[in-house]
Design a protein around this ligand. Structure first.
Ligand code: FES
Ligand SMILES: [Fe+2]
Length: 404
């Protein structure tokens, strides 16, 4: 459990020569015009991970509404009376009012509160008030505007493009081999957090893409998981995919446990158990990394499905504006069988909350500094190659090439 991590992981840069090793310009993180380009070239055509699972909407009539700032659209997902999940623009086909409020609920249909038009759970226009005063209204063509919906291992994704450039299965690319066997369906939602951050989505996300910061940002919360032989938590495994997806494994070597941790570790899987995980988990890099803790799996551009031994969490860095992001995470554990297991899960919930708050703590100051123009570039270590990869992939999608 406490064996020293590999102190000299092989450098990653030679494996990804297309990314170069030079400084990375910061302009794409602070420029409002570039955010508009991202909106057009990336966000509007992407498969959006809604941070929602099929089992969150188990019964016909269950629905969920989310406003996607980056895409500029309110999306309604509903399970129809035929049991099928569908997605629609949350837009009444009369004069465009919204038919449902943001959030989740259960209904028999949606009645627009402007003039009372009613849509059924399959999105069809079911009833028009005072219909005889309309001229040639073709109700069959006036259902809620449909949006593409697909699921991957129970996660619900939508795509706002008229014709998505690729299937969700293709967008998940290598995750279909690596991550697919993880037992997601055996776990249940344990909690959800949302944070508003005044920083560009990439700046926010960068703080979660490497573990070089661990010894500083997380000194107080998980300092006891950092081995003195490996003070900068040098990542041993990084996999960068051509379509922008990434997988980064974080290792942890817990030592000098506090009484609370000892208790939590003894009762079940915890977030910080590191190489002490009792059980092997398919769909993870557990077998490839010494003192493996968890894998960060980034679905380009801004959502992740992060897996550990006995838990996972799914999150998104929702772009709101060039300098505003909402970070949202939902975490899942197996249904606890005993009160003692609940204690270790509660412990993990708090650790994860503290860790994510620590990760967010540098974002706003970093964004302000980058915006000030005081520095024009970031100087990245080999350990920060996932940060480099994100900037290069985003720039390429927006028709720009970064210097190598
Ligand atoms: S806008 Fe919905 S009924 Fe008029
Ligand atoms: Fe962190």
């Amino acid at each position: 459990m406490n064996s020293p991590a590999n102190l000299n992981p092989r450098p990653f840069a030679p494996r990804y020569p297309q990314l170069g090793t030079g400084p990375v310009p910061v302009s794409t993180a602070v420029d409002p015009a570039f955010f508009e380009l991202e909106r057009e070239r990336i966000f509007r055509g992407m498969w959006v991970n809604l941070i929602l699972r099929e089992e969150d909407l188990p019964k016909p009539g269950d629905y969920f509404v989310r406003y996607l700032e980056a895409q500029g659209a309110s999306i309604l997902v509903v399970r129809g009376d035929d049991g099928k999940l569908r997605a629609f623009h949350n837009v009444c086909t009369h004069r465009g009012n919204q038919v449902a409020e943001e959030g989740a609920g259960h209904c028999k249909g949606f009645q627009c509160n402007f003039h009372g038009w009613t849509f059924d759970t399959r999105g069809r226009l079911a009833f028009v008030t005072d219909e005889q005063r309309f001229h040639n209204l073709d109700k069959s063509a006036l259902g809620l505007p449909a949006v593409h919906l697909d699921t991957w291992r129970g996660f619900i994704f939508v795509n706002l493009a008229k014709r998505p450039a690729q299937t969700l299965e293709l967008a998940m690319a290598e995750f279909n081999q690596d991550l697919k066997p993880f037992p997601f369906e055996q776990m249940v939602l344990a909690g959800r957090y949302r944070y508003a951050v005044n920083a560009n989505w990439k700046v926010t996300m960068n703080a979660f893409q490497e573990s070089y910061h661990g010894a500083f940002v997380h000194k107080l919360s998980v300092g006891q998981c950092i081995s003195p032989e490996d003070p900068y938590l040098a990542v041993q495994r990084i996999k960068l995919q051509e379509n922008g997806n990434q997988s980064v494994s974080v290792h942890l070597a817990p030592h000098e446990l506090s009484p609370a941790e000892k208790l939590a570790f003894g009762f079940g899987a915890t977030f910080t158990q590191g190489g002490g995980a009792a059980q092997a988990f398919p769909g993870t890099a557990q077998a490839q990394v010494r003192d493996w803790g968890f894998d960060l799996n980034i679905i380009f551009p801004y959502s992740r499905i992060n897996v550990g031994a006995g838990w996972y969490y799914v999150d998104a860095f929702w772009p709101v504006a060039h300098d505003k992001t909402v970070y949202e995470l939902a975490y899942y554990f197996p249904m606890p069988q005993r009160a003692s297991e609940m204690i270790s899960q509660e412990y993990s919930k708090i650790v994860l909350r503290d860790l994510s708050r620590e990760d967010l703590a540098t974002n706003e100051a970093t964004h302000r500094s980058l915006r000030s123009g005081a520095i024009r570039q970031m100087n990245l270590s080999d350990q920060e190659i996932a940060v480099r990869h994100l900037y290069h992939t985003v720039a390429a999608r927006c028709g720009k090439e970064l210097a190598k």
